[in-house]
Structures are given as structure tokens and as C-alpha cells.
Design a binder for this molecule. Structure first.
Ligand code: SF4
Length: 192
């Protein structure tokens, strides 16, 4: 079944706009808004994910990247494997305690601002693996912004998680990363 197609063409009334501009004030020949909103708009529509996939949830992510679900619609088709170029760490799969320092190192190698999505029950809470060797949720080692439930989550759920991340990214104040609250959050994870 063909999916409906939307075009991002301004000025036409019979097509739905995919992206809308930021809030602001407009008048004859000018548009004014705040820097924070413009930066948020740019960031939220150009998120570069770093998939840290260790098991079955990673396969579901591959489906999300495929032509049918097409993560590229959200500006996130540029999946990177260098932490220095990515701003969204997507942890998917069972994380053994031996693997935990590696996840944390990858997180530390990402530049600010960075966000984290825990995909699936294992990354969020250890899932069915309530054992001595499995980390019971990656939020024990790094802060998590969005949890996607499921074992595994369907691609629609992953897309929903990405959209929740987009909401956070778009609304985040440019000052948040320098705030005392954010520094305290980092310190609680032993990150300076
Ligand atoms: S949540 Fe389920 S599907 Fe995902 S990695 Fe764990 S066991 Fe596999």
C-alpha cells in the first residue's frame, strides 16, 4: 500500500508542510525570533545517531533505518560510528557489566550537546536478564533522556522515541549545559 507523500513547499495551500518555522514575530519584510529557537530547530532536524547495538534490538533499529520506516524523514539518516561526530547515543541491546565502561567511554567521547536514548527493555532496565553479569539499565552509568519500552520495540516505537528526543532538543535552552543542575547531574555520574 502506498504511503501518503508530503512535500515541503511553502506558499501552496493544498499541501501539508512537513516542517514549520520557529515561533517569533513577523511583519512586512522581517521575521524575528530568539537564537535558542533557531538553534533548536536546526539541531532537532539534523540529529546524528550513534547506534550502540549489542543484540536483537539492533536488528529492529536496522528495520527503522530501512526504506519503509525511513529514519531519514527526521533528518537522522546520517548514522555515525565516530562518537565525535554524533549527538545522539542510541543504546540497544543487553549491556553486560563488562561492556559498561565501553558505553561510558563512547558517551564521554561525544561532544556536548549530546543526548541518550535507551532502546528496549535490556538497555532500559536489564530486561529479562536479571543476572549478576548484566547491567540493570544504562542509567546506572550515563544519564538517559528517553526510554523506548519493548522487547524489542517496534520501529514505530523507535520513531516515537526519536520524536521525543526531537522535542527535547528543540526546546532545550542554550544555557542548560552550563547550568548548576546539569553540572550536578554529570557529577552524580562521576563526569566533570
Ligand atoms: S529488549 Fe528484548 S529484543 Fe531488545 S535486546 Fe533485550 S532481549 Fe533482545
Amino acid at each position: 500500500m502506498a504511503r501518503p507523500v508530503q512535500y515541503n513547499i511553502y506558499g501552496q495551500t493544498d499541501v501539508k508542510l512537513v516542517k514549520e518555522g520557529p515561533e517569533g514575530h513577523t511583519g512586512e519584510g522581517f521575521f524575528a525570533t530568539s537564537l535558542s529557537k533557531v538553534v533548536g530547530l536546526a539541531r532537532k532536524n539534523s540529529i546524528w545517531p550513534l547506534p550502540f547495538a549489542t543484540s536483537c534490538c539492533g536488528i529492529e533499529f536496522m528495520a527503522t533505518m530501512g526504506a519503509h520506516y525511513d529514519l531519514a524523514r527526521f533528518g537522522s539518516e546520517r548514522v555515525g560510528f565516530s562518537p565525535r561526530q554524533c549527538d545522539l547515543l542510541m543504546v540497544m541491546g543487553t549491556i553486560a557489566k563488562k561492556m559498561a565502561p565501553v558505553v561510558k567511554q563512547v558517551y564521554l567521547q561525544m561532544a556536548e550537546p549530546r543526548w541518550v536514548l535507551a532502546m528496549g527493555a535490556c538497555a532500559s532496565s536489564g530486561g529479562i536478564f536479571d543476572t549478576y553479569s548484566v547491567l540493570q539499565g544504562i542509567d546506572q552509568i550515563i544519564p538517559v533522556d528517553v526510554y523506548v519500552p519493548g522487547c524489542p520495540p517496534r520501529p514505530e516505537a523507535v520513531l516515537d522515541g526519536i520524536m521525543r528526543i526531537q522535542d527535547l532538543v528543540g526546546k532545550e535552552s542554550l544555557r542548560r549545559r552550563n547550568s548548576p543542575q546539569y553540572k550536578a547531574l554529570m557529577e552524580s555520574y562521576g563526569i566533570e
